[in-house]
Design a protein. Sequence first.
Length: 757
Amino acid sequence: MSRRAAYAVAGIVAAGALWAAGAAWAGAPDLDFRAPPAATDAGAAAVMRDLAIRLLPVYQEADPDRYLANLSALQLVAGDFTAADASRESLRERRGARAARMPVERGMVYDLYAHARAIEAENRAPFAESFTKAYHEVVPHLDDAEAYALTRLLEASPAASRDALQKDLDQLRSKDSIGTAAALDLIWLYLTFDAYRSFQPLVAALDADDDRERYVFEGDIQIEAADGDSMSAVMVRPKKLSAPLPALLELKADDSPNDAKECAAHGYVGIVVNARGTRANPRKFVPYQHDTEDARSVIEWIGKQSWSDGRVAMVGEGYSGFTAWAAAARPPAALKAIATSAPSAPGIDLPMDGSVFRNSAYRWSLQMTDNAPGPEGIYQDEALWRSLDQKWYRSGERYRDFGRLFGKSNPLFIRWLNHPSYDRFWQQMIPYRQAFAHIKIPVLTGAGYYGASTPAALYYFSEHSRYDPHADHTLVLGPYDDDAERHGPAAVLRGYRTDAAAFIGLRELRYQWLDYVLKGAAKPALLKDRVNYEVMGANRWRHAASLEAMSGGALRLYVDAAAAGETHRLTRHKNVAAAFIGQTVSLTDRKDENWVPSAGIVAKAPQSRNGLVFVSEPMGKPTEFDGIFSGSLDFTVNKMDLDLYVALYERLASGEYIRLFDPAYAFRASYARDRVHRHLLKAGERQTVAFKSERITSRQLAAGSRLVMVLGIDKRPDREINYGTGGDVSEESIADGKVPIKIRWYANSYIDIPVRR
């Protein structure tokens, strides 16, 4: 199953869970229940039907919408399809203009299924015939955007809902009863799985017929680049075209979903172009180096088509987010807007991050250019690549030998290693310095506090604002990862329950903004200022004119050598009496080769590998941490360079830890001042290194919570290791690390936390 399909079903499951939440049971007792062995077990339907029948008489709920939604779920699983259809109809009537409380496309999945089952029961017709009739009663009468949203959900595989149901059944296996609230959750999981396995095989043909009535599809269009090479494109436009339309262009280099139909569903011509070489001849593809000119060629081609009104906006995520900025480096006149989420920025977040190269860059660049990739799925085999990380880590060989250990040379990766500074090689790929001042088109950028690509998004926004203080650039931030734009915010992200305020349609927000820019529609209400961000823990959105304006000042916290068990203190006042904190890290120790970073946002302890933990005093009142933190490190070290990381947590009064952002901010000390020029440390001398994080967050720290900082040495199997010689880090090996890193951290070291006054 594709990630897109998995997330679509997960959204349906989450919607059901939201409706189940908060049910009032008037002290109803637990129900006898024996979980079936598997979600697909032949007897599971009878077990779940019996549970639903026993729940129906005791179910109570004060909220009318939630009551009707949950009632319909119970009726469907109990087999009372006509009553369920009536309950869904009552819910639709109540929903009306208040659809924002539950996105209509999610509710419509259950509406459609309930109606199909009612037709089946009333007419004694096969389900396939009944579902087809229900589909034809609804979908052809929706507008293109509504139909696209519904059919996208209907096309998803039942595997995700099956797995969620199986997980719950496994947890209930050892029990002989179930609480009423838990039983309702289980009913929703079973209903979603049962619905999808029933109608999913029918949907593809129905959707294809509907698409033929709505759209014109053109595939494998060849567009000539400036140097005579060609690119392959797919175009989708509305069939009922009364006048030329603006085009939305995505220039991409991977096999992410083709969104041309989605663009057409929103009233645009959708053009998806595969970067040169990515289809017919991977050897021709050189990531990042041709995209500026190729984007210009495609935009010029669009302008010559009869269906084009001459205006183009570029959209995308990841690599296609980068190509939009590559085009903006020398923007053609027809380029009128950019809307990207989690864009990449070569030299900023890939192939290095914080000026430290990542092993994943070798894997990705080889995948993109490998003309003989070997066994199918080799680049998706996580265990294989984790094993390679460990093999290199154990060997202690140079980072340049990484490809040799894998057995495949990668000239592109070596070329990248030859440019560890942000030099002209990288600068020419995207706008640089004054080039940002010439970008006079509206820009929308999305990023998350838990996204790996956030440094790139912040770089584009910050540089655009620096070189043009009046830049029309809007930033949207929230508790999201890099997948949030495409798949929607997660109700629970890596163990963290997202605020209800953050649970918005980010993808629809993009189209609303494009309608505002290109069609004169009203500006989306959420985008009230240049920086728009959700405050975790406060369940609200705030708006600011700049990143700096997110906060009203800074809370400065100093490191304190005084130890409290295994931790040290973060204090508002410098402890001049304290000498220093000593830290020693072996660069040759490889016993930690199996270490893998924890993915959870909520944890019982901070992740402190090769690090020191500092803990503040409890917050006397709720305190908003809004923006980018910075600091200054005062230390003595016996090396000429080192790689560091800083992670920040909120430690709740309960003792639970919440990461304020992730990944941790990791950086090479010699590039902290300037990513273009390397400034080596002075071994054995006391010195300071000032830094400004490339991570961002917004969270209301609760009264009684403590801020926790982990300051550590970044030595990991999955990235370049800095042995501190001062030479080319990619040439260093374990032989250069026989002397461990020895640091003294002095009390002048501090971090500045941006807080709202």
